[in-house]
Design a protein around this ligand. Sequence first.
Ligand SMILES: *Cc1c(COP(=O)(O)O)cnc(C)c1O
Length: 402
Amino acid sequence: MISPLMPTYKRADLAFERGEGAWLYASDGRRFLDFAAGIATSSIGHAHPALVRAISEQAARVIHVSNLFRIPQAEKLAERLVANTFADSVFFCNSGAEANEGMVKMARRAQFLAGHPERTDIICMDGAFHGRTLAMLSATGNPKYLEGFGTPVAGFKHVPFNDIEAVRAAITPQTAAIMLEPIQGESGIKVADPAYLRALRALCDETGVLLALDEVQTGVGRTGRLFAHQWAGITPDVMSTAKGLGGGFPIGAILATKAVAVGMTPGTHGTTFGGNPLACAAANAVLDVILAPGFLDQVCERAALLDTLLDAVVADAPEIFDQRRGLGLLIGLRCVPPVGDVQDAAQDAGLLCVTAGDNVLRLVPPLTVTETECRDAVACLARATAALKDRANIKTVLEPTP
Ligand SMILES: *Cc1c(COP(=O)(O)O)cnc(C)c1O
């Protein structure tokens, strides 16, 4: 027997009736603090009045017209992204994987038009996650995700993360771009050293290789800057983003410098749904919140509070937590017992979290989370920790830190 809904996810036995801000209300009457946020996607919380209004009003006017016509909502969104980033031009699509696919196409096309058709290889990082399409499976490189899906797409090679010499050694005359996440999300909230990002920028400038950043998860305010690379004081040549951009409405974007975007003339790339009036109305409403003066400072304040509170939880429970990592509101707690057990205990205590690789519990609240909600979430986690400690024997997958 197979379920009508294809079983590609191991789902928790919970369904939600409604949400409000950082809270989700389950159909069984329970309510949860949502530090999963639809995997770092519900960036301005559930049922944000401005987002609800923007979507409702746009849906009542026109949802979709295709890219055969001008779309003022998309023009406005692109202008705002250009005004607030390194980019000169933006392409809208529907998801993170699709944005990454387009980013790789753009990098190759830019090299082609610069007189380097041989430059097609993309250097990626061990532990990367770039999505589930055929080419992005190869960019991700994880054998677990590739198994059974045929010959990997050619042109992607992998080097250790945070190792500049490994990248330098991997560059050949065929290299088009270096592609990486400023913080590896799915593989365990691993932060790229700012000095490493600056060295990558310099290496790219020196060799004519393009720097392509995957900010699908780290973008749109998640780390307390509009995009995470800004913390390192560098700019990429091309960048993807998606998750938080629509506040839960599906939209992705590829942001590029003029030098990269110049090859993307009519007919070179396309999408039926991408950048439609409804998606762009949603993303504009999200940007209204995130670009408001002081909002990103508030994200940094919430992050600093959570860091302090979580450090205390980690220090109190070395048999449960090994380490806190992350930046801004992209937080990882490396667990000692299997992370799934910690996630379940947190859920029983009223807190929803996501897991990540490396036995990491991922906390990614809406960026609009309040100070009280941060304190409440940490209290839930402390209760979960106490419940786990009370168990006769805690399973251990990691040795606790001595
Ligand atoms: C989630 C994610 C993707 C894939 O995005 P989808 O919208 O699921 O296709 C790609 N890259 C990173 C860094 C992600 O976190």
